[in-house]
Design a protein around this ligand. Structure first.
Ligand SMILES: Nc1ncnc2c1ncn2[C@@H]1O[C@H](COP(=O)(O)OP(=O)(O)O)[C@@H](O)[C@H]1O
Ligand SMILES: [Mg+2]
Length: 133
């Protein structure tokens, strides 16, 4: 595990943009961290790094936001059960060949593909963030 310390949302975006270059088609990245730590900021940076110019918003209410066939961004905070996630088609996304970013993946632990990558962000408020990857 390596650690990067970010002192601003912009630094997190830039770090994530570079991190995106290490990703391959079909990768699933679990974005771990408390509420407000910066998981969605990481997702924005990764999308940018993948050359996606759409605005990236939090999928909290939609569960998953899709960016063409290339990127799928999940927020499982409100997922009630793995069965609900299956019904929403999550397994198909994992097998689609697109890159999947998953916030609150602990709520769908049994559905995750093998060999997920993991990025953990910690810190809160205006304080620095530790990014472990
Ligand atoms: N170094 C930093 N990296 C990322 N976000 C930061 C940082 N410093 C402050 N923030 C703020 O923390 C919040 C993170 O929000 P968000 O990414 O939606 O969190 P999460 O998805 O983890 O709940 C944003 O308001 C962002 O501006
Ligand atoms: Mg979020």
């Amino acid at each position: 595990m390596a650690t990067f310390v970010s002192h601003s949302p912009e630094e997190t975006l830039l770090w994530a943009e570079k991190y995106a270059e290490t990703l391959r088609a079909g990768d699933t990245v679990l974005l771990d961290g408390d509420m407000g730590a910066g998981k969605t900021v990481l997702a924005k940076g990764i999308a940018r790094g993948l050359g996606i110019s759409d605005e990236i918003t939090s999928p909290t209410y939609a569960y998953v936001n899709t960016y063409g066939e290339k990127l799928f961004h999940f927020d499982c905070y409100r997922i009630a059960s793995e069965r609900q996630a299956v019904e929403l088609g999550f397994c198909d996304y994992f097998l689609s060949g697109g890159i999947c970013l998953v916030e609150w993946s602990e709520n769908i632990a049994g559905l995750l593909p093998e060999n997920c990558k993991r990025v953990r962000i910690s810190g809160m408020g205006e304080g620095p963030r530790e990014i472990e990857f």
